[in-house]
Design a protein around this ligand. Structure first.
Ligand SMILES: CCCCCCCCCCCCC[C@H](O)CC(=O)SCCNC(=O)CCNC(=O)[C@H](O)C(C)(C)COP(=O)(O)OP(=O)(O)OC[C@H]1O[C@@H](n2cnc3c(N)ncnc32)[C@H](O)[C@@H]1OP(=O)(O)O
Length: 257
C-alpha cells in the first residue's frame, strides 16, 4: 500500500509507524485512520513482528483530530455513522504498541497515545485535551482513559481548562512511563520494542491482556484471570526454556517469538 499520511517501516522485528502530515502537525483525519488500520493489520499478520512503535515528528506527535475536516460535520450524520468508532480497532491492537511522543500530543493525538500500551516521551512533549476550547469534549476516549491514568482531579483540570501538561508533569502524573532527551526518543522506543519482540510472544500477549484487564474488572476477578494465564504458560515450551536458561546461566532460545 502507498501511504499518504504515514511512513511505515520495519526495524528488525519491530514495526515502526510515523505519522506524516507535517503541514497539519499530524492532525488525525479519516485518511490517517484508514492507513493506520492497514498498517496495524499488516504488522499483526506478520509473524516476524513482535511489537510496534508509533511516533510523529519532533514538533508534534499529533495536534489532535483534523479541525478543518470536522468543522462542517452534522450531528445526525456522525451519530448515524458512529463517527470515531473506527478507532476502537486501533485501541484493541493485540501486539504491544509503544507511543514515542515528541512535541504536541493534543486532543485526538493525546487520545491516540493513550490507546497505546505505554508512552515514552521526549522532554519536549506536551499533552492536552483542549477540545473544550473548540466547543466540544474529548471524543476518542480522553475523558475515560486520562481519568484512569492520572486520576480525576488532574483529568478534570485538563479536560475543563484545555491546558497542556509538559513531559515532566505527565511522568509525575503517570501518563507517560519514561521521559528522555529528544535525540534519544526513537532509539529508546525501538530498543524497548525490540526487547519485547525478543521474548516469548504468548507470554507477551498474555501480559498485555492481564494488565489491560485490571482496568476493566474487580481485583478478585483480575487476580483470577492473571492466575489462569500464569498457570497456562506452564503448558508452553518457552516457560521450560526460559527457566532452564536462567538455571544454566545462558540466554533463552524462545521458540514462539
Ligand atoms: C468514516 C471514518 C471517519 C473517521 C474519522 C476520524 C477522524 C479523526 C478522529 C476524530 C476524533 C475526535 C475526537 C477528538 O477528541 C477531538 C479533537 O482532537 S479536537 C482537536 C484538538 N486539538 C487542538 O485543539 C489543537 C489545535 N492546534 C493548536 O492549538 C495549535 O496548532 C498548536 C498545536 C498549539 C500549535 O500552534 P502553532 O505552533 O501556532 O502552529 P499553528 O497553529 O500555526 O499550526 C500549524 C499548522 O497546523 C494546522 N493544525 C494544527 N492543529 C490542527 C488540527 N488539530 N487540525 C487541523 N489543522 C491543524 C494549523 O491550522 C496550521 O496550518 P495552516 O493554517 O498554516 O495551514
Amino acid at each position: 500500500m502507498a501511504y499518504e499520511t504515514l511512513i511505515v517501516e520495519t526495524r528488525g522485528n519491530v514495526g515502526l509507524i510515523t505519522l506524516n502530515r507535517p503541514q497539519a502537525l499530524n492532525a488525525l483525519n479519516s485518511t490517517v485512520l484508514k492507513e493506520l488500520k492497514h498498517a496495524y493489520a499488516d504488522f499483526h499478520a506478520d509473524e516476524a513482528i513482535g511489537a510496534i512503535v508509533l511516533t510523529g515528528s519532533e514538533r508534534a506527535f499529533a495536534a489532535g483530530a483534523d479541525i478543518k475536516e470536522m468543522q462542517p460535520l452534522q450531528f445526525a450524520d456522525i451519530y448515524k455513522a458512529e463517527y470515531i468508532s473506527g478507532w476502537d480497532e486501533i485501541a484493541k491492537a493485540r501486539k504491544p504498541v509503544i507511543a514515542a511522543v515528541s512535541g504536541f500530543a493534543l486532543g485526538g493525538g493525546c487520545e491516540l497515545a493513550m490507546m497505546c500500551d505505554f508512552i515514552i516521551a521526549s522532554e519536549t512533549a506536551k499533552f492536552g485535551q483542549p477540545e473544550i476550547t473548540l466547543g466540544v469534549i474529548p471524543g476518542m476516549g480522553g475523558s475515560q482513559r486520562l481519568t484512569r491514568m492520572v486520576g480525576k482531579s488532574k483529568a478534570m483540570d485538563m479536560v475543563l481548562t484545555g491546558r497542556m501538561m509538559d513531559a515532566a508533569e505527565a511522568e509525575r502524573a503517570g501518563l507517560v512511563s519514561r521521559v528522555v532527551a529528544p535525540e534519544r526518543l526513537l532509539d529508546e522506543a525501538l530498543e524497548a520494542a525490540a526487547k519485547i519482540a525478543s521474548l516469548s510472544q504468548p507470554s507477551v500477549l498474555m501480559a498485555k491482556e492481564a494488565v489491560n484487564r485490571a482496568l476493566e474488572t474487580t481485583l478478585e476477578e483480575g487476580l483470577r484471570f492473571e492466575r489462569r494465564l500464569f498457570h497456562s504458560l506452564f503448558a508452553t515450551e518457552d516457560q521450560k526454556e526460559g527457566m532452564a536458561a536462567f538455571i544454566e546461566k545462558r540466554k533463552p532460545a524462545f521458540k514462539h517469538r
